[in-house]
Design a protein around this ligand. Structure first.
Ligand code: FES
Ligand code: FES
Length: 157
C-alpha cells in the first residue's frame, strides 16, 4: 500500500511522517509516540481517543491521518501549555476525577473544546457536553464536579 508524507502541528510542534490511505489519526498519533491518545472502541462511540483538531474536539479513530495534513492537533499532553487546559487538568486531580484514567484525556479535551466556546457552563450543560465520552468507571459525578469548578473559577476571574 502506498505511503504518503504528511506534516502537521501537534501540541504546538511541527511533525512530519508517512501514513497509508486507510490509517486513522488515532493509529498515526500512537505510532508516532503520542500514546497519551487512548484507543478504545475504534468505532467513534466511546470518545477516549478524542483530540482537538483545528480548534474542534474530534474522535481520532474516525478521522483519517491523511485528512490532517497541514492541520493543528492538540492531545492531552499539550494541555499544560494552555491556561484552560492546565486548569482542567489540575481540577481533575483535585476532585479525584481520574479513576482508572482511561477516559480522562478525552474528557479533558472535550471539556476544553466546549469551554473555549462557553467558559461558564452549568452542570446540565457540562453533562450534555461530555455525553459522547464514556467513563467505564462510571464516575461521572467527580468529572462534572471537576469541570464545574473550572467554570466557577472562570466566573470569578
Ligand atoms: S476509540 Fe475512538 S471513539 Fe472509541
Ligand atoms: S476513569 Fe476509568 S474510564 Fe473513566
Amino acid at each position: 500500500m502506498e505511503e504518503h508524507r504528511i506534516e502537521l502541528t501537534v501540541n504546538g510542534e511541527k511533525i512530519s511522517s508517512t501514513t497509508k490511505a486507510e490509517e486513522s489519526l488515532l493509529k498515526f498519533l500512537r505510532r508516532n509516540g503520542f500514546t497519551e491518545v487512548k484507543c478504545g472502541c475504534e468505532k467513534g462511540e466511546c470518545g477516549t481517543c478524542t483530540v482537538i483538531l483545528n480548534k474542534k474536539a474530534v474522535k481520532s479513530c474516525i478521522v483519517l491521518a491523511l485528512q490532517v495534513n497541514h492541520k493543528e492537533v492538540w492531545t492531552v499532553k499539550g494541555m499544560e501549555k494552555l491556561e484552560l487546559g492546565r486548569k482542567l487538568q489540575e481540577s481533575f486531580v483535585n476532585h479525584g476525577a481520574i479513576q482508572c484514567g482511561f477516559c480522562t484525556p478525552g474528557m479533558i479535551l472535550t471539556a476544553k473544546d466546549y469551554m473555549d466556546k462557553n467558559p461558564i457552563p452549568d452542570r446540565k450543560e457540562i453533562k450534555k457536553a461530555i455525553s459522547g465520552n464514556l467513563c467505564r468507571c462510571t464516575g461521572y459525578k467527580k468529572i462534572v464536579d471537576a469541570i464545574y469548578a473550572v467554570a466557577i473559577e472562570n466566573q470569578k476571574s
